[in-house]
Structure formats: structure tokens, C-alpha cells
Ligand binder design. Structure first.
Ligand code: SF4
Length: 391
């Protein structure tokens, strides 16, 4: 049985089957349906995985590969990192835009040199900090040496708690010289926001990991550490934090009871955050935003999402250019649509699209009308998060 049932291409009902997922709890706070989409799969729901997601996966795998071993030279580390990117892309069954750009232009079609170097530098900082010997790197010296031993300590450990009905995989758990247990989560982006405060979603995630460790290890002291390329954060996991996480888990159990079908319309909480929701084309409430008569003041909130009917589909060199009549009654074009990715598009079809790239300059037009997916002139500018559904 799949977690979702669908009607007319939209999720209609959801039944939770999995324990709570720490890395997605912040999504639950924003919108329970988004949490449902992000934690449970269904064959109808396929969302693109962009280069930044791949970079995060490759970073974690590189660290895992060399953890506790001699740290290799820069070239070897980078080669391994790029190897993992290639493996992840090869593993993708669907021809995503990321895979298409990689096939067309190689690694430079999806990531810049700077993006690759910063990921490899972070991998090095993490690895060097966990070598046995001391290191002269001051950023690393802030992290005490790891002292493994207890079963739940170490790198990339899966931890679950029946009492909390939650499970997750923790980047690193170790005991310091004072027997305080540290729960470490590595981030490929900044862990602090522009005001210097720890990002809420990261704090909730690492606190949920700490709750798992607290429940399973019962340590006398517990500290949460977030490690990013340019900033770190640490906080004590205390009784107030423990209460907050347990309250959050209780809300999740109430909103999404296990093995009980819930109407997705009741779970969806639309708002401006929908613009960053990769699942919006499957959401029954999001279509209100795609409907020009109901959006009103929000009309400009998501200018790069469009729905309408295909008037023309022209193909050249494996790329399609679509002309569509939008539901607003305007005409628009979508260029650079890979035939491999969207082989069945034809005139007269209904189309819903999200997160398209646009050639129109912001503020110059009432509604953007010149969209794109793949940018043959500069593949790295392709709209990697874009998706289109036709009916
Ligand atoms: S589109 Fe908005 S309301 Fe729908 S699941 Fe995503 S965040 Fe929730």
C-alpha cells in the first residue's frame, strides 16, 4: 500500500507509515502535507533532485569514506567527491534536468569550481578534525578529539527510539574528555542566518537527533553541534529542549496518526512557503494559487509557475520549445525542454509547471512569458528545480 492516494494527478489522501524523521520536522511545522511528501514516497510523486542536493550527498559520502583514516591529498579527495556525484547521477532512473545537463556538459554543466572546492574543503575540515593527532587548523581545534566505544557512538549511526517513535541517521556522535556526549550534524551551507542566529530548521533537526541519543544512551551531559563551511553552532540539550521536541512529536502524531487515512486538503497549509515546496504540483490546495481568479494579491508570489494548454510543440536538436495559452489568457513560451525528459508533450495537452527559469527581467513585465528549462548557452543556469506535469 502506498502512502498517498491520488485523484486527477493530485494527492487526495495520506496515511503515515514511518516513524518521525528528524530532518523533516521543521517542514511539519510549516505544513504537515509537505512533511508527508518529504518523508513518504509514492510512484506518482517524482521531484527533481538538483545539483545542490547531489553536492550534499557526495559530501557526506566522501566524509564517510575517509572517516577515521588518513586524510588524502586534495586531488584524491576531489576525485572521490566527483566520483560520488557521477554515481548518484547514474543511479537516477528518470532523466532529470540535472542528469541531462551533466550528460551534455559534464560536471561544469551543474556545479562551478568554487562550489566543488568549498564542498571538498568542508570535507577536509571534518576529516582532519577527527584524526587522532592534533591539528594546527584553528577551525578544527574547536572540536575535541573523538573517543568512540559505546555502541551508539561513531559516524553515520542509525538511531531509533520506540518511545519517541522516531528514527534518524546521525552524522557523528562522540564523547568528549569530560564524558559529555556530542551530537554533530554537518551542513554544506551556513548554519547561521543573516542575523547570526542559528537557522531554526537546523536547530530542530539536531535537537531531534539529541532527543534520540538522550533516549537511547541516557548520557549525563548532551551537547548539539552544527558544523558548516563558514560557521559553527553549539547548544546544550537541556530539559526545556527535551520538552519542546516531545511536544512537537506529539503534534505530529495527532496531525498524522499512523496507518490512518487523512484528507490531504486538511493537512495542507498554503502560504508563501509554497514557493519553495518541491511538491506543489501534487498538492490539492496549491492549485488555488495556480487559479488566477483565487490568487488575487498573491499573484506575483510565484511568477515562475504557470498552467495552461499547449498550443504548439516544436522540436529541434533534442530540445522542445512550447507555446502555451495560460489560464490567465496570456501566451507564454517554455524553451529548452529536453525531449528525453518529456517525450510525450503534444498540442492540446493541459500543462502545469513550477519553478521555471525566465528570460524576462524582474519588474519589466506584468507576467513573465519567456520561460526555460535547459540553458544550452550556459547549462549551469538551467532551471534544475523545475518540473512540468501534463494531463
Ligand atoms: S504547496 Fe504549500 S500547502 Fe501544498 S504541500 Fe507544499 S507547502 Fe504545503
Amino acid at each position: 500500500m502506498t502512502a498517498f492516494t491520488f485523484q486527477n494527478g493530485l494527492a487526495a489522501e495520506f496515511s503515515r507509515s514511518k516513524p518521525a524523521v528528524p530532518s523533516k520536522l521543521s517542514a511539519f511545522l510549516i505544513c504537515p502535507l509537505r512533511y508527508a511528501f518529504e518523508t513518504e514516497s509514492s510512484p506518482e510523486v517524482v521531484v527533481p533532485r538538483g545539483p545542490f542536493a547531489l553536492r550534499g550527498i557526495a559530501l557526506h559520502r566522501t566524509v564517510e569514506r575517509y572517516f577515521g583514516r588518513e586524510v588524502p591529498g586534495g586531488r584524491e579527495l576531489q576525485a572521490e567527491f566527483l566520483n560520488y556525484i557521477g554515481e548518484e547521477i547514474a543511479r537516477q532512473k528518470e532523466i532529470s534536468l540535472t542528469k541531462f545537463a551533466f550528460t551534455q556538459a559534464g560536471i561544469k554543466g551543474i556545479l562551478s569550481n568554487e562550489q566543488i572546492l568549498s564542498a571538498c574543503q568542508l570535507a577536509r575540515v571534518i576529516l582532519v578534525s577527527h584524526q587522532d593527532k592534533a591539528t594546527p587548523n584553528p577551525a578544527v581545534l574547536r572540536m575535541p578529539a573523538m573517543r568512540g566505544g559505546a555502541p551508539a557512538l561513531g559516524s553515520e549511526k542509525a538511531v531509533s527510539s520506540e518511545a519517541l517513535d522516531m528514527e534518524g541517521r546521525i552524522d557523528l556522535t562522540y564523547k568528549d574528555a569530560t564524558d559529555v556526549v556530542h551530537v554533530v550534524d554537518y551542513k554544506s551551507g551556513n548554519v547561521l542566518d543573516s542575523t547570526g542566529v542559528v537557522k531554526e530548521s537546523y536547530a530542530i533537526q539536531v535537537a531531534a537527533y539529541a532527543a534520540l541519543v538522550s533516549d537511547t544512551l541516557k548520557p549525563s551531559g548532551l551537547v548539539m553541534d552544527l558544523i558548516g563551511p563558514s560557521s559553527n553552532w553549539s547548544g546544550v540539550y537541556d530539559a526545556a529542549m527535551d520538552r519542546a521536541i516531545k511536544e512537537l512529536l506529539s503534534k505530529l502524531r495527532t496531525a498524522l496518526p499512523k496507518h490512518v487515512k487523512v484528507r490531504t486538503e486538511l493537512l495542507a497549509m498554503p502560504g508563501h512557503h509554497c514557493s519553495s515546496c518541491a511538491y506543489r504540483l501534487f498538492c490539492p490546495r496549491y492549485k488555488e494559487y495556480m487559479n488566477p481568479t483565487s490568487r488575487g494579491a498573491d499573484d506575483e508570489a510565484l511568477p515562475n509557475d504557470v498552467s495552461g494548454t499547449i498550443l504548439e510543440a516544436r522540436q529541434s536538436g533534442g530540445l522542445i520549445t512550447l507555446r502555451i495559452l495560460t489560464d490567465k489568457g496570456t501566451k507564454a513560451s517554455i524553451a529548452g525542454v529536453p525531449l528525453e525528459t518529456y517525450p510525450a508533450l503534444h498540442t492540446g495537452q493541459r500543462l502545469r509547471a513550477a519553478s521555471l527559469g525566465t528570460f524576462d527581467l524582474a519588474g519589466k513585465t506584468a507576467f513573465p512569458a519567456n520561460f526555460y528549462l535547459f540553458r544550452a548557452d550556459n547549462p549551469r543556469l538551467s532551471a534544475f528545480e523545475a518540473m512540468m506535469l501534463s494531463t
